[in-house]
Design a protein around this ligand. Sequence first.
Ligand code: TRP
Length: 453
Amino acid sequence: MSIPTASIHGEWSTRLAFILAATGSAVGLGNIWKFPYMAGENGGGAFVIIYLGFIILFGLPVMMAEVLMGRRGRQSPINTLKLLCQQEQARAIWGLIGWSGVLAGVLILSYYSVIAGWSLSYVLESGAGQLKNIDQREAGNLFKQLISDPVKLVVWHSIFMFMTMVVVARGVNSGIEVAVRYLMPALFLLLLILIGYSLTHGGFAQAVDFMFTPDFSKINQDVVLSAMGQAFFSLSLGMGAIMIYGSYLNKTASIGKTTLAVAIADSGVAILAGLAIFPIVFSNGLETAQGAGLIFNTLPLAFGQMSGGLLFGTLFFIMLVFAAWTSSISLIEPAVAWLVENRGLARVRASIYCGFATWLIGLGTVLSFNYGQNWQIFGKTFFDCLDYLTSNIMLPLGGLMIALFVGWVMKETSVKEELAMQNQVIYSIWLFLLRFVTPLGLVLVFLSVIEVI
Ligand code: TRP
């Protein structure tokens, strides 16, 4: 079978467009909403350091592998795997990477959209001046009122799913590319403004201490697993999102450099988000381990007090929505592209089907914050279960299979050709990480958790 030279779904217009789109996918709720609360729940510094270690040891190598596979296959992950298995004379079982990726993407988006819905609702609250001079108790109540009202949650969840499907239906170039070009820099700027506030209102030193002084007594197997899951989640790895974005990348771009740029931007935003949020937590005497509500309980306090808070707060939540939007697209794109390729559906119809299925599953998450709070498995709500299953299990397993596939199954000549790396030393380091460090490390983390259970 010959190698397709271009994807039927389109191609990024420039290398920068790919970097921005991949950064758009990586930077999202995972950085601004999830990273701070996970660091807060897992003891701060030690979690942050382990997370950064996983980004370097697992994230970077796997990300390069994913882009490489996508660019070689030029189709949805499911069909890319099919093609690569034929070319490389590999067993069809590797095709699981594509299938489990599509499933993971839909499952993640189903709850991601609900949280993005919270952000949408805060755009409105902030814009309407509801955060002005708000105190801790009021901020807490505002959040509680939101999540205990399933109707509100469903409405916002529906709006966000609709927004996502509109862009996906329009395709690669006219939607995603245009949006990320302006939104990513703006988000960065607003984070800096927030940090400016946090720097001048107390608690900053304590926050730095919390985030960067490792207290390894807080670390157990589950924390390590969560840090690993978060590294994959944050970089959008292990389910084919970056693979499909790679399939729209033209043949001349350097995979190594682009990947590094995305990883740096992604971890940078996560750290900045922590530095913006924890000072507010400390200066108001709040809990670090508040879970999923952390940023919604703390940021309104800052916006409520700062001058220009109405404007900055509203802009911030708008940016958060945009950051989530550019991520959510990549979660569903593999499923939609597959339906277009294999079922011959028009993009619009494929988007509607996938969007509806995802929306439906999302209702489980909506209920897990109110009526369904007590429907628990292993002490976890539906939302917690989904999050644990996808981030901590499916994504790292996908990453493991991707590392093994590119590191051991594909012929080195194919890998070398696709990567076209000039620097042999960096190439060897990458291959070593991908072949040995990533798979062994991943298996060790899994084994240590299983042992505990
Ligand atoms: N990385 C995004 C974030 O941090 C979420 C995301 C988008 C994602 N695409 C993904 C996570 C693919 C895992 C896999 O918010």
